[in-house]
Structure formats: C-alpha cells, structure tokens
Ligand binder design. Sequence first.
Ligand code: 13P
Length: 256
Amino acid sequence: MSKIKKIIIANWKMNPTNLKEAKKVFTGIKRTAIKLSNVKTVVCPPFIYLDDFAPLCKENKISVGAQDAFSKNKGSFTGMISPEMLKKNGVTFVILGHSERRALGETDEFINNKVRMSLKTGLNVVLCVGEKERDEHGWYFPFIKDQLLSGLEKVGKSDLKNILIVYEPVWAISGNSGGQSMSSAEVHEMTIFIKKVLSDKYGINTSLPKILYGGSVNPKNAEDIFVNGQIDGLLVGKASLDIEDFGLILKIANKI
Ligand code: 13P
C-alpha cells in the first residue's frame, strides 16, 4: 500500500437501497477509477453487495472495503461479520471506528480489538478518529490523541504499512454540517498534530501511515483540502454515491 500516491475511499454507508442501483454506481466509479494512474480507489458498500463487487476488482486501481468487521474470526456472535470472512471474499480494506458506529456505543477498546484482528487477518485498516465538536480551549487535540493511541494500542510498527488514519470531525460530516466542510488550514493543522502523535509513539524515523480527511468533501472543495490540507487521501460519504461528483473528485486527486 505504501507505493500508492493518493487514496480515495467511498463510504456508501447504508446506501443505495437495492443491488441494481449499487451496481450502476459501482460500474460508473470503476470506469473512471481504472483510467487513473495516480489514485487508488476503494469502494465500501454495505456488506450485502461486497460479494458482487469483489470479483470486479482485479485491477490494483480499485478495491472493495467493508464498513466494519468484528473483533473475532469465528464463534457465536449473532449478526457479526469476521475479518476472515471478508478476506476470503476478496475484501482488502475495512473501515473501523467510524463516528457513526462509535455513536452506537463502540468503545475505543472494542475498536482496538477489531483493528488488531483485522490486521492479523491481513486486511488494510482504515481507522477513523474525530471530535464531536470544537471548543475554544482546544480540548479536541487531547481527545484526538486519545482516540489514536487507544485505537493503535498494541499495534506494532510493522503493521503501520497496512493502516490508514482518517481524520473525520463529526461536526463536518455532511449530515451534521449541512455540507460545510472544515477549512483546509484546519485540516492541515490536524494532519501535523496526528503525525506528531504517531511519530512520538513509533519514532521519528518510522514511515507513518497515510492520513486522510473526511467530512463534506465534494468536487468544489476537494482540491483545496488536498493541496492546502496536506493530506494523502479522502474518505467520501454523500458525494461517493454520485457517479459524476465522485468521478470529478478522483480526477482532481489524480492531477495533484
Ligand atoms: P460526507 O462526505 O457525506 O460528509 O460523509 C463523510 C463520512 O462520514 C465518510 O465516512
């Protein structure tokens, strides 16, 4: 994964509502994704569509990811999907710690267990962190540090090449912000902070995970966030369900 220049991840959340529509969006995204030499695209549909799309991802330019995975690989866990099941079905990425799952009660410890099991199973982990709100005293900095360090507890240096960190402030997610993203200057500040936390943990000479931003990304703000936010990629929600908008975001990333 370290050779990939930019990485753009589509988080479809609980959309589209039927396979026909999902296939249409996936095919549209793939058409653009396979033409781009500078970008890796990862589409994370609901679990139920993964089997249909994984076989269509032979090229290195597009892969499928899951939106979650459990912390164990088998057993009596009703409703859960294991990292191993995903891996065996051609899934190579998994989003963990998304704020919408944290809001359902997932703790840092649970997320860390999932991170470690997914890494052990050979999946690339997309670990999300982000504060719910900002305060004038900057308490969101230690909050993010805590989420990062808890999520990566007992994760060794050798696993870092299979991890992507997504900074996704909850308040900037389109459903919460009315589509207003964070400013690129604030994204840059947080990118530096995250790199500092990681290099304090893993050592200054360690090759650190890529850092992505998520929260109301669209074709209008993608270039500014990329260039001035100094990030390595994006996690896109709403705009990733629109073939045209997501295609534009991919092309913008490709030319930067
Ligand atoms: P939006 O791009 O719709 O703000 O969603 C962001 C997100 O939650 C991606 O994981």
